[in-house]
Design a protein around this ligand. Structure first.
Ligand code: SAH
Length: 368
């Protein structure tokens, strides 16, 4: 019998000592044989979690209009790349293309690229987008996509990137005051968090967000080195051609302290060590840290705007009215979808949109 992913993780810890939270997340989510994403379609009512494009077609449709305006802002290039990070089942791209294709120039110019880590989901995306009527390709990394003007989009992608966790051990010691929180084993050989009692490696503390300065003893800070790498890739890509990247995800506008790593299974929160490889692990996005990294790299950065404000400015309510007129029976369903996407108690406030652009483009639609 093959060992479970949990046993493999434990063996690795026995051999090499506690592993970083980022390594734990990466193995659980992306192990090619037993990881969470490569082995299933996790989305939808039957799955473990549901996302905005899965709630309503209106979400992708208004984002399609955002794409058309951004293409116009880039000077209507004859050919450009529309790139999606972590496209899930491909529904958002399908909805975006349906509305954006109403502009014949956009449709003729667009080349779609999907960056997806899971072979299982890649197959689903292929089926969803089979009739899209525009070229669709997959790439492992942004760097593998040919140069050119680019619109990049990611919904609930940044939250599944691996995070590191740091604990402030000495608020007066600057970068040397931070220690790492890792994943180890307790006395009964169960997975648990452990605090490592030496200053964290400088690679983890070199570029802390500005908010880290307010840390008090024992505050926990999460950082996302992979998000910083993505900013580097965007900066390189946007250096020769215009480009824009829009990320929508959950998290605070300002850096906050605290452990936000969470596991979901069948729409319920479960322990992060409860069933490695079979639960969705995410952490909230630190939009302030992302913005600071992008500004330091020379990109134009919008504010992180609450999802309800952003979608409303893109005409979500008007789209709901039009859909209701076309399908009067669906009125209660459409009203419920609108509520879930925009109500402050639902996704409206917790989720934010942020745009990182090459210098010199007009302000992006719906953002400030
Ligand atoms: N954007 C979709 C799916 C969100 S779930 C939606 O809103 O419905 C996260 C997606 O990111 C999945 O498609 C998952 O397989 C993919 N993913 C996770 N980590 C990734 C990585 N490191 N590189 C590329 N894709 C990744």
């Amino acid at each position: 019998m093959t060992a479970s992913l949990e046993d493999k993780l434990k063996n690795r810890i026995r051999e090499a000592g506690p592993m970083s939270v980022a390594e734990y997340m990466t193995v659980c989510l992306l192990d090619p044989v037993q990881g969470y994403y490569p082995t299933r379609d996790p989305l939808g009512a039957e799955g473990d979690f549901i996302t905005a494009p899965e709630i309503s077609q209106m979400f992708g449709e208004v984002l399609g209009l955002w794409c058309v305006q951004s293409w116009i802002d880039m000077g209507r290039p004859d050919s450009f790349h529309l790139i999606e990070y972590g496209p899930g089942r491909g529904i958002m791209m399908s909805d975006m293309l349906r509305s954006a294709s109403l502009d014949a120039g956009f449709k003729a110019a667009v080349q779609v690229w999907l960056i997806e880590a899971s072979a299982a989901l890649e197959a689903v995306q292929g089926r969803t987008l089979a009739a899209a009527g525009v070229p669709i390709q997959w790439a492992a990394r942004l760097e593998d996509i040919p140069a050119g003007p680019s619109l990049i989009i990611g919904n609930e992608f940044l939250d599944c990137l691996p995070i590191q966790q740091l604990i402030c051990d000495d608020p007066f010691a600057g970068k040397k005051g931070w220690v790492e929180r890792r994943v180890g084993l307790d006395d009964e050989e169960r997975l648990c968090f452990v605090k490592i009692d030496v200053p964290a490696a400088s690679i983890l503390t070199d570029k802390l967000p500005e908010g880290a300065r307010d840390a008090r003893k024992d505050d926990l800070l999460e950082t996302c080195p992979s998000a910083a790498q993505i900013v580097d890739s965007l900066t390189a890509r946007f250096s020769d051609h215009p480009g824009r990247a829009l990320f929508i995800d959950y998290g605070p506008e300002d850096t906050e302290f605290g452990d936000t790593l969470q596991a979901l299974k069948r729409h319920e929160k479960v322990g992060v060590f409860s069933d490695p490889g079979n639960t969705d692990l995410t952490a909230r996005v630190d939009f302030a840290a992302l913005a600071q990294t992008a500004q330091a790299a020379g990109l134009d950065v919008s504010a992180a705007v609450p999802q309800r404000e952003f979608l409303s400015k893109l005409g979500l309510e008007m789209r709901a009215v039009t859909l209701t007129r076309a399908k009067p029976d669906a009125k209660p369903v459409i009203a419920r979808q609108l509520h879930r996407l925009t109500d402050a108690e639902e996704m409206g406030e917790l989720f934010k949109a942020i745009c990182l652009s090459s210098a010199g483009l007009a302000a992006p639609l719906g953002l400030r």
